[in-house]
Design a protein around this ligand. Structure first.
Ligand SMILES: Nc1ncnc2c1ncn2[C@@H]1O[C@H](COP(=O)(O)OP(=O)(O)O)[C@@H](O)[C@H]1O
Ligand SMILES: [Mg+2]
Length: 335
């Protein structure tokens, strides 16, 4: 067994009265993607900053490629790449200049800096825009350049903090493909996200955090299995009957029903057994509650999150974190 590439034990960090991380343990095996999934304010960025030596934990220990985040910080920084939630590229420079600058920070020679900039621009489909100032780039292009900047040092371990937040769906999928390519080539990735489908799609393992605490972990299938076989979805015709319907059907599920008022929808984690549908329809019919739709479907990661936290994960990825957010430059070699 090779030791994990990323290993954290009991990581704890408070900002004043806010306990941002509360004894977080986590391991990432070589060549895999770990998805750190959690809503805004869960502690994801704080955790990434600790693992990338930008911030010190109050307690606990962590290492990356066997290097301790405090004792071996300098060596650790040159072994990793970090792309933050907010693009850390210089607006006034061109894409190429930004990448060559990162190469300089890695102490690469001039020819090598140029070569890697060209190669990175190509990989990120930014060759055509290479000599334009970044301020003319779209949001998606900036994000690609930012991820590109984290690759110039050819790190074996990548930290991607909400790499696709705020991107349009097509650009997001492009970036997913690119991350998959890096992993095929042997990179180990810790990726934070608020998007359930992103963790589902990219991550081999998922760690769910909420309020600084790990509340679940496993593969996406394992997490889905925690909900039992299926989710019964019942849409009623009259919104004011929603609550009554949920009460009537509650004992058909393994955990309390969810009520979505905007869609007149009751969701009940239950067995993947069609008898559940028949029984639910009968009960509602007996009480004269109008039924718009009824179905059994596989649970989504969204259902898992809802049942774990009691709140949705998609209250909308917005502006993260506190007063001192992602620093202006966030590539490994810069500090
Ligand atoms: N520098 C800071 N000063 C004060 N509070 C902070 C700071 N950084 C983060 N926090 C707080 O710590 C918690 C976790 O934040 P963060 O790690 O940014 O979460 P996430 O990245 O999951 O959105 C939040 O309550 C946030 O407001
Ligand atoms: Mg964050």
């Amino acid at each position: 067994m090779t030791p994990p590439v990323i290993e954290a034990k009991g990581i704890t960090k408070a900002f004043g009265a806010t306990l941002a991380l509360d004894h977080v343990d986590l391991e990432v095996e070589a060549g895999t993607v770990l998805g750190l999934l959690g809503p805004n304010g869960a502690g994801k960025t704080t955790f990434v900053r600790i693992l990338t030596t930008l911030l010190r934990a109050d307690a606990g220990s962590a290492s990356v490629v066997g290097l301790d985040v405090t004792r071996d910080a300098v060596a650790l920084r040159s072994a990793i790449g970090l792309a933050g939630q907010y693009a850390a590229v210089d607006e006034l420079l061109t894409g190429r200049e930004n990448l060559e600058l990162v190469g300089l920070l890695y102490h690469l020679g001039k020819a090598e800096r140029r070569r890697r900039a060209v190669e990175t621009l190509e990989r990120l489909a930014l060759t055509e825009a290479a000599d334009r100032q970044v301020k003319t780039y779209s949001g998606g292009m900036r994000r690609r350049l930012d991820v590109g900047a984290s690759l110039v040092g050819r790190p074996k371990v990548l930290f991607l903090d909400e790499p696709t937040t705020g991107l349009d769906p097509a650009t997001r999928i492009d970036l997913w493909r690119f991350i998959e390519t890096l992993v095929e080539e042997g990179a180990t990735v810790l990726l934070t996200t608020q998007y359930l489908e992103e963790a589902d799609h990219l991550a081999n393992r998922i760690v769910v955090i909420d309020h600084g605490r790990v509340i679940a972990e496993g593969t996406s299938n394992e997490l889905k299995a925690q909900l039992g076989g299926a989710v019964l979805e019942v849409t009623v015709t009259e919104g004011d009957q929603l609550h009554k319907a949920a009460d009537l059907l509650a004992d058909l599920g393994h955990s309390p029903p969810g009520e979505d008022l905007t869609r007149n929808l009751v969701t009940i984690p239950s067995d993947a057994d069609p008898k559940v549908i028949v029984e639910a329809a009968r009960r509602l019919g007996d009480r004269g509650i109008g039924l718009e739709d009824i179905a059994l479907r596989r649970p989504s990661l969204d259902d898992v999150f809802l049942s774990l936290t009691g709140h949705g994960a998609e209250d909308g990825p917005g502006q993260g974190a506190g007063p001192d957010d992602e620093p202006a430059s966030s590539h490994g070699a810069r500090r």
